[in-house]
Write a protein that binds this ligand. Structure first.
Ligand SMILES: *Cc1c(COP(=O)(O)O)cnc(C)c1O
Length: 385
């Protein structure tokens, strides 16, 4: 089976990880700050905080922005559940904004309408989570202006998107947001096995995120003039969400190949687009302000096409050993969220997308020969019908 995504681990990665294993510091050593500095530099921001995974990153991002009981967090339903679970961890409430029918990202038009209505009902969100779906940035400038108008914070969920650009700036620069988070799960663009990172331009948020990541404990005390060497103190309730140096070493090593990965993913995506454009399917649309990191390549089998359904195309591809996927089941459709009473009819673009989408395999070590097999199989499926 050709999977939809796969990590690329080189001998250099193994050497880097081994070096940490042979060192004195498996955690809380030099590799985590090194990884943070490299990510901060890459994103053109002063501050980065590494954590054990991106779900933890979203959780402490919400806490740092003061999300609590009776607050609302809004996001796109076209995402992994972590994008909104973070609000539930804080005791806050979740609502969704429909997606744009072309980019499949949170729609600024739908957001404007929903904010207008929410203001009247005094149910404005404290935080908007903008998920850069498939690696393509949301329309951040428009979302930012709406957030300013209505007094909301913005977290960019860039779990798919390290290496992508928006208005010729790296995703993660936080020009239009308070915090951006990345994931380094093996299926994402670069991996540290498990791992996540927060980046921000705000020194106060940086300080709070550092505390929240490690029990709320500090050695820099205000209360003692010259603290003794053994002294530390807990000043708020934090967690142990630290990244280990073993993970950070893998991350540092992988980051060196981000440029190469970006190019390989772009080339594979171009190849799909070139060879699939004659089929009666919808190919990914790229907004002119964006340069995607190409985490996912999505095709849509229009529901109006009666010859063959999405289900049939999906099943046939799987039967031929092609590990297609579906990104995503709308978050509000999961049983846990259904109990909160969401009505799918409120999200017509998401519902339609959900009946039509298929994710094709895309990862740097996917060979052109494997890709041609996928393309040939798709062509056969459409020609036999
Ligand atoms: C993978 C993913 C996450 C969570 O990342 P982890 O590092 O696995 O916790 C969050 N948001 C999105 C959009 C993701 O794809």
């Amino acid at each position: 089976m050709i999977p939809y995504g796969h990590q690329d681990i080189t001998e250099e990665d193994i050497v880097e990880v081994n070096a940490v294993l042979r060192s004195d510091w498996l955690t809380q050593g030099d590799k985590v700050p090194e990884f943070e500095q490299h990510i901060a530099k890459y994103c053109h921001v002063p501050y980065a905080v590494a954590v054990c995974n991106a779900s933890a990153a979203l959780h402490i991002a919400c806490l740092a922005l003061g999300l609590g009981t009776n607050d609302w967090l809004w996001s796109s339903p076209n995402s992994f559940v972590a994008s909104t679970n973070c609000a539930l961890y804080c005791g806050a409430k979740v609502d969704f904004v429909d997606i744009d029918p072309h980019t499949y990202n949170l729609s600024p038009t739908a957001l404007a309408e929903k904010l207008h209505a929410a203001k009247k009902n005094h149910r404005l969100p404290k935080i908007i989570v903008a998920v850069h779906f498939a690696g393509q940035s949301c329309e951040m400038e428009a979302i930012y202006h709406l957030a300013k108008q209505y007094g909301c914070y913005i977290i960019e969920d860039a779990a798919h998107a390290i290496g992508g650009q928006y208005q010729n700036q790296p995703i993660g620069i936080c020009q239009y947001s308070d915090i951006t988070i990345f994931s380094f799960h093996p299926v994402k663009i670069i991996t540290s096995a498990e791992g996540g990172m927060l980046v921000t331009q705000n020194p106060h948020l940086y300080r709070t995120l550092q505390l929240l990541r490690s029990h709320g404990i500090t050695r820099d005390t205000d209360s003692l003039q010259t603290p003794p060497p053994w002294y530390y103190e807990q000043i708020q309730l934090g967690y142990n969400f630290r990244m280990s140096d073993i993970h950070a070493a893998l991350g540092v090593s992988q980051l060196r190949r981000l440029h190469q990965y970006k190019q390989q993913r772009y080339d594979l995506a171009q190849h799909y687009t070139q060879l699939l454009k004659t089929l009666p399917i919808q190919l990914p649309y790229q907004h002119p302000d964006t340069q995607s990191a190409w985490h996912l390549y999505i095709i849509r089998i229009p529901a109006t096409m009666i010859k063959i359904s999405r289900e049939e195309v999906f099943t046939q591809l799987r039967q031929q050993g092609i590990g297609v996927q579906l990104h995503y089941i709308p978050i509000y459709r999961h049983p846990y969220y259904q109990k909160m009473g969401f009505d799918p009819n409120q999200y017509p673009c998401m519902e339609r997308y959900y009946t039509e989408a298929i994710t094709l395999p895309l990862y740097p070590t996917l060979s052109f020969a494997q890709q041609d097999t996928i393309i040939d199989t798709l062509q056969q499926i459409f020609h036999q019908t």
